[in-house]
Design a protein around this ligand. Structure first.
Ligand code: ATP
Ligand code: PRP
Length: 208
């Protein structure tokens, strides 16, 4: 049995066609069903439905053999303990700094609100900017509006969320997409099954 960890929502929706090409279609729909383990049309594959930020943890500890996670989440988790063999090119967006559209260029000591604490620390340190990082769990765009932070580090896709809140994108930290991650022990113990699944995903991605 292969267990694949996927988060509900955006990644799940975008991963479905890719999984289907490998013959994997969940029997239940996580939008309407409260089950956390989904059987699929393949007897040898099941999905576990978890929070996006928990995917690397499940895969690292072998609770799932494989997982699908955003590069943003992997960067923050520290992905040395996982194999990351494939860029699935789904849930694409950008990790950026953003600030109020009238705010001056970032300089001196700044306060930054983000859920990507380690990534932001590394980024500002690499730029030689002294940054105090304030950890938030969501609605980062609010922080500059209420004086909690000078800028934010968050994901940007269309830019609509920033615009709706009077903010603007500033510096690109990294282009983000979702990656297939694999538990290191499973890669050895279940090599044949995992290699065959990887080959199927690679073939589908090559045709896109
Ligand atoms: P959690 O539930 O763990 O807090 P989340 O609410 O961030 O996670 P999603 O919003 O489903 O979960 O995002 C999952 C992944 O999708 C992110 O880690 C990122 O890689 C990608 N993503 C997030 N926002 C966007 C977006 N606006 N456009 C495209 N991809 C995005
Ligand atoms: C993400 C991200 C931004 C927004 C950017 O939020 O945190 O707020 O998308 O997308 P845009 O540039 O297209 O507006 P999401 O939709 O995942 O909401 P959540 O973080 O509250 O789950």
């Amino acid at each position: 049995m292969l267990t694949i960890a996927v988060s509900k929502g955006r990644i799940y929706e975008e991963a479905l066609p890719l999984l289907a090409e490998a013959g994997i279609t969940p029997v239940d729909d996580p939008k309407t069903c409260r089950k956390l383990i989904l059987q699929t049309t393949r007897d040898d594959v099941q999905l576990v439905i978890i929070r996006a930020t928990d995917v690397p943890t499940f895969v690292e500890y072998g609770a799932a053999d494989l997982g699908i996670a955003g590069k943003d989440v992997l960067l923050e988790h520290g992905a040395e303990s996982l194999y990351e063999p494939l860029d699935l090119n789904i849930a694409c967006c950008r990790l950026m700094t953003a600030a109020h559209k009238d705010a001056p260029e970032i300089s001196g000591r700044i306060r930054v609100a983000t859920k990507y604490v380690k990534t932001a620390q590394r980024y500002f340190a690499s730029k030689g900017i002294q940054a105090e990082i304030i950890k938030l769990y969501g609605s980062m765009e609010l922080a500059p509006l209420v004086g909690l932070a000078d800028c934010i580090v968050d994901l940007v896709d269309t830019g609509n969320t920033l615009k709706a809140n009077g903010l603007e994108p500033r510096d690109l930290i990294m282009n983000i997409s979702s990656r297939l991650v694999v538990n290191k022990a499973a890669m050895k113990m279940k090599h044949e099954a995992i290699a065959s699944l990887l080959a199927q995903f690679e073939q589908t991605l090559a045709q896109r």
